[in-house]
Design a protein around this ligand. Structure first.
Ligand SMILES: [Zn+2]
Length: 148
């Protein structure tokens, strides 16, 4: 069952906010936990009308469209943790191009956050990839992708 925690008035959401260190215009909107899968789901979003720097020239642009994405993040209290956000693209007037905005917490196209990847790399330095995958409860094909 998924249980939703409201973003404003509880300790757990406050703790996630501190831990995530999100920068404007990104905000934690709510947290859900799934006790079947024993996983946290952190939902992150930006306000309507928020601007993002064009990846090509740096001019502030409004989001043109967006696509939902999920990343595996560091475990909290030994539960898997996922971040969910819609990734905006900007249509820059100066460049006359539509480009994917990058985010601080993950590399483009990765299914993991940078912090998760760093943790996985530490484990893979100490044990075989399949053992690290077991420890992290991930597919070893995905682990190899981080490794390379
Ligand atoms: Zn531009």
């Amino acid at each position: 069952m998924w249980t939703t925690l409201s973003s404003s008035d509880n300790m757990i959401s406050e703790m996630f906010k501190v831990a995530l260190q999100l920068e404007e215009p990104w905000k934690l909107t709510h947290v859900e936990f799934d006790d079947m899968d024993q996983a946290w789901h952190l939902f992150i979003d930006f306000a309507r009308g928020a601007t993002f720097a064009c990846p090509l020239c740096g001019i502030a642009c409004k989001a043109y469209d967006s696509e939902k994405k999920t990343w595996r993040h560091l475990d909290f209290w030994n539960w898997k943790t996922y971040m969910h956000a819609r990734m905006p693209r900007v249509k820059c007037k100066a460049c006359n191009k539509i480009t994917q905005v990058s985010v601080k917490w993950a590399r483009p196209l990765s299914h993991f956050t940078l912090l998760f990847e760093a943790w996985a790399m530490r484990l893979m330095a100490e044990m075989p990839v399949n053992a690290a995958a077991r420890e992290l409860r991930e597919h070893d094909t995905r682990m190899w992708r981080i490794f390379h």
